[in-house]
Design a protein around this ligand. Structure first.
Ligand code: CMC
Length: 392
C-alpha cells in the first residue's frame, strides 16, 4: 500500500469533475453554472435556481411554468406515509424523521429502484422528490406541534405552497406575507448547492453504487444533520442563547473558542474552503437586517451575534486561521424571525440543498462515474496467530 496517498478529510483530493458549482475560497466567489450567487439571490426564485442546477441552464418562462405544473401534480405523498409520522415520538428530531421518510419514498414509489431507468423515468423521480419534499417537511413540522396536517395547494408557487403548509390552518385561509416568501426564496437559493461538501459527496458516493435517488438523498440528509455541517445553524442559535443567558459576555466565549483544552467551537465560524469570507454570509447578514426591520422584530441574539463577529474578526486567533462567519451564522436568526423553531433549521437547509443533491446525483450518472471506493493506509496488526478463547 506504499503508493497510496493519504488525505484525511479529503482536504486536497478532487473526487470528480463537475460543471455545477464554482467556488473560489481565496476570493470568496460562488457561482451556480457560472452565475454569481449575488445575482441569483437577488433576482431569481428558488425553483428557477433548482432548474438551473439540475438542467444546467436558466429556464425560459414556459419551461419554468411547465416545471411548476408538473411539480404540482406530484406534491401529495402516499397517505400510508403518515403512519410513520404517527409512530415517531412527537419530540424526536425532525432530521431523523426527514431522513427516514425520504428513504421510505423508495418503498411507495419503487419505480425509482431501477438502476437502468430511462431518462424520462429518472427525470420523473427527480421531480417527485422535489415535489414531495416540502410536503414531508411540513407534515413533520405540523406533527411536532400536534396540529392538523395542511395539504399542498396547487394554486401556489413552490415556496408559497411550502410556507402555506407550514403556517396555514385548516380552519381558514391565511395571508402569506410576500416579504416572508421572498426571504425564504433567498435563503433556499443560498443553500442550493456547494460543490463537493460532506452531504453532496455522500449523495454521489451512495448513488455511485446505483442506489436509487431517494435512498441517496436520505444519506445526504444524515450527513447534513451533524453540527459541523448543516446542523451548525441550529447550534449557532443555541450558542447565542447560551451566551445571552450567561450575561452576554462575548469576550469570555471567544476565549473559550480559542482554548485548545476546551471542546467549545465558535459555531457558524470557519469553513474548509472559504479563507477570506463566505459570500453567502455577506448576503445573509444583510438579509437578516432587512427582514428583521421589515417584520418589526427586535431579536436580542442578533446584537450578540454582531458583537461576537466584530470581536472575532479583530482577534489574531481567528485572523491567523482565516476563520470568518459562514452561511450558518446568521441564517438561524432569519428562520427564527420567520417563525420556525430551532430544531427545524437544519431541515430548511436540507430543503434548500435538495436541488444541489439532485444535480450532483444526475451529473454523476450522466458522467458514468465508477463506484466511489477510497483506499486506506493500513496501520493495524499483521501476522497474528489465532489463540483459542480459553487461552486468551
Ligand atoms: N472555532 C474555533 N476554532 C476553530 C473553528 C471554530 N469554529 N473552526 C476552526 N477552528 C480552528 C481549529 O481548531 C484549527 O486550529 P489549529 O490549527 O490551531 O488546530 C484551525 O482553526 C483549522 O480548523 P480545522 O478544524 O482543521 O478546519 P476544517 O476545514 O477541518 O473544518 C469546519 C472546517 C467548518 C468543520 C470548522 O471550521 C468548524 O468546526 N466550524 C464550526 C462549525 C460550523 O460552523 N460549520 C458550518 C460550516 S459552513 C456550512 C456547512 O457546510 O454546512
Amino acid at each position: 500500500t506504499g503508493h497510496i496517498t493519504l488525505d484525511s478529510g479529503f482536504k486536497n483530493t478532487g473526487s470528480t469533475k463537475s460543471a455545477i458549482t464554482f467556488l473560489d475560497g481565496e476570493l470568496g466567489v460562488l457561482k451556480y453554472r457560472g452565475y454569481p450567487i449575488e445575482q441569483l439571490a437577488e433576482k431569481s426564485t428558488f425553483l428557477e435556481v433548482a432548474y438551473l442546477l439540475i438542467y444546467g441552464v436558466l429556464p425560459t418562462a414556459t419551461e419554468l411554468n411547465d416545471l411548476q405544473a408538473v411539480i404540482s401534480r406530484h406534491t401529495l405523498i402516499h397517505e400510508d406515509m403518515k403512519k410513520f409520522l404517527d409512530g415517531y415520538p412527537s419530540k424526536s428530531h425532525p432530521m431523523a424523521q426527514l431522513a427516514s421518510l425520504v428513504c421510505s419514498l423508495s418503498t411507495f414509489y419503487p419505480e425509482s429502484l431501477n438502476a437502468n431507468s430511462s431518462k424520462e423515468e429518472m427525470n420523473l423521480t427527480m421531480i417527485k422528490l422535489l415535489a414531495k419534499f416540502p410536503t414531508i417537511v411540513s407534515f413533520i413540522y405540523k406533527k411536532s406541534l400536534g396540529h392538523p396536517l395542511i395539504y399542498p395547494k396547487n394554486k401556489y408557487d413552490y415556496v408559497t405552497n411550502f410556507m402555506n403548509m407550514i403556517f396555514g390552518q385548516r380552519t381558514e385561509e391565511i395571508e402569506i406575507d410576500p416579504v416572508v416568501v421572498s426571504a425564504m426564496n433567498t435563503l433556499l437559493i443560498l443553500h442550493a448547492d456547494h460543490e463537493q461538501n460532506c452531504s453532496s459527496s455522500t449523495v454521489r458516493i451512495v448513488g455511485s453504487s446505483d442506489c436509487n435517488l431517494y435512498a441517496s438523498v436520505s444519506a445526504g440528509i444524515s450527513a447534513l444533520w451533524g453540527p459541523l455541517h448543516g446542523g451548525a445553524n441550529q447550534a449557532v442559535i443555541e450558542m447565542l442563547e447560551l451566551i445571552k443567558a450567561d450575561g452576554g459576555d462575548t469576550e469570555k466565549w471567544i476565549n473559550k473558542a480559542k482554548d485548545k483544552n476546551d471542546p467549545f467551537r465558535m459555531m457558524g465560524f470557519g469553513h474548509r474552503v472559504y479563507k477570506n469570507f463566505d459570500p453567502r454570509a455577506k448576503i445573509i447578514k444583510k438579509a437578516c437586517d432587512d427582514i428583521l426591520e421589515k417584520l418589526g422584530i427586535n431579536d436580542p441574539v442578533l446584537e450578540i451575534a454582531k458583537k461576537l463577529e466584530e470581536a472575532a474578526l479583530s482577534d489574531p486567533y481567528f485572523i491567523d486561521r482565516k476563520l470568518y462567519p459562514n452561511v450558518d451564522f446568521y441564517s438561524g436568526i432569519i428562520y427564527r424571525a420567520l417563525g420556525f423553531p430551532t430544531d427545524m433549521f437544519t431541515v430548511l437547509f436540507a430543503l434548500g440543498r435538495l436541488p444541489g443533491w439532485i444535480a450532483q446525483w444526475k451529473e454523476m450518472h450522466e458522467n458514468k462515474e465508477p463506484i466511489g471506493r477510497p483506499r486506506q493506509v493500513y496501520v493495524g496488526n499483521v501476522d497474528m496467530e489465532f489463540v483459542d478463547i480459553e487461552k486468551r
